[in-house]
Design a protein around this ligand. Sequence first.
Ligand code: S3P
Length: 168
Amino acid sequence: MKIFFLGMMGSGKTYWAERLKKKLKIPAYDLDELIEMMEEKTVAEIFEEDGEEYFRKAEAKMLRLFAEKKTFILSCGGGTACYNDNMNWMNKQGITIWLDAPVETLAERLSKEKFKRPLIKTLSDLSLKDFLNKKLEEREAFYNRAAYRLSEEDLNENAFSKILKEYA
Ligand code: S3P
């Protein structure tokens, strides 16, 4: 079973991947972390030194390596679904789940850890909200192609179990 978690930065992809990994006893990976290991730099450094386009290529390349793996939860980056035909690829490979948290929640969570995220690190809290609204609007068409969408109120272990039962 291949499970891909999609959604905006701050939507809880990594948190839920870690929780489900324990419950389902299957490995969980974080795409950003793997890219950082491959490039031996943080995501912020890659954006700064090599540019976003380079990062997107590395991201697509790392994602494709999951063709070889059979069972996992992969926590993708916020932009993964939106570049290099990644959404189609993931939908062919396994189950895509969009963690759809409201912008208010995203902004609150992200305001404390902006420095890790190159796209928002220079924004004030007010511009952060504007930025997130705009990004979500641009990205919604991609996220909407996920097989499942879980809104904040539906985000609990039971919701995931229900989805996964359909594939058991
Ligand atoms: C990005 C989200 C980040 C990371 C990079 C770009 C985006 O991942 O991939 O900073 O374009 O939304 P998280 O969603 O894990 O923060």
